[in-house]
Design a protein around this ligand. Sequence first.
Ligand SMILES: Nc1ncnc2c1ncn2[C@@H]1O[C@H](COP(=O)(O)OP(=O)(O)O)[C@@H](O)[C@H]1O
Ligand SMILES: [Mg+2]
Length: 334
Amino acid sequence: MTDALVLAEGLRKDFGPPRRRVRVLDGVDLALHRGEVLALLGPNGAGKTTTVRILTTLLRPDGGRATVAGHDVVRDAARVRPLISLTGQQVALDLKQSVRENLTMMGRLAHLPRRAVRGRVDELLAAFDLAGVADRRAATCSGGTRRRLDLAAGLLTRPQVLFLDEPTTGLDPRSRQAVWEVVRDVVAAGTSLFLTTQYLEEADRLADRVALVDGGRVAAEGTPAALKRQVGEASVELDLATAADADRVRGALGLPAAEGARVLAPTDGSLAHARAVLDAAAATGVVPTAWTVRQPTLDDAFLALTGHRTGAAGRPAGQSAGQSADLTAKEVAA
Ligand SMILES: Nc1ncnc2c1ncn2[C@@H]1O[C@H](COP(=O)(O)OP(=O)(O)O)[C@@H](O)[C@H]1O
Ligand SMILES: [Mg+2]
């Protein structure tokens, strides 16, 4: 794929002292196309940040190659840097300064002309819903506000590609929603986005394509819809007092016989279907001790796509990854 804005081929990275080197990246292949949002999805320690650090010229790979807009991230790093922006897991703000001062300072650090900084800062304050807190010290802002500020700072220079490394980790649900909204605006304005996340839901909400990292490689790749077809949609989970009660509910829902007092009823993810399932369960007259609607998690995705749970990652350097899942770029393109 020659038109890829970001391209990684066989990226390899080992860490640690000679005798105990650990292969963290073991042949990462990725492509981000112009105008696209790609989510690199994986649990803690999967190698997401390492990949991003290589792609943003901060770390040299031990093998493989990567380009941004055709420029090699190692040999042509100076050409790559003006095209990209990175917002990291750690927010890099001066907490003693105000929101506006932080943006202004970062604009200067990015060598933007003084006049341009002023206009751009005003634009970003408005776009990121920060105008109301512009004169507040960053120290007194909420975590969500700080993330929005950090995102705004990443866009001062109008990068062609924005790298967001776990933009919502640690945020409460409302702040997460607010960050998602501004990210969507950024993408709508034409910035291509390379995102890492531990949240299946986040990848689903934001990404055009999702790459699942496992064992230092991209183990599965495709659209969120294709991913969900494999992982399954939300399910209604009912806990009954006894296994006999559970059998009655399973019968009423047309589910196959199973053991235990917990009933798991798959849904198509719609409210209407979840409701139909609950109505049918309620009609049995059996009262559940607890019930919930359960969204698939990253762990469910791992199990469905790699055959193991997220904890089973990590292998000594030199040993290769196992079978990939059958969801591949080829299949999705077909
Ligand atoms: N500079 C480093 N030195 C040694 N080990 C590292 C270094 N950076 C990352 N690692 C290890 O590499 C693995 C992947 O880390 P990272 O890329 O940060 O994962 P993620 O961002 O997906 O959580 C982890 O096991 C981490 O401990
Ligand atoms: Mg990380």
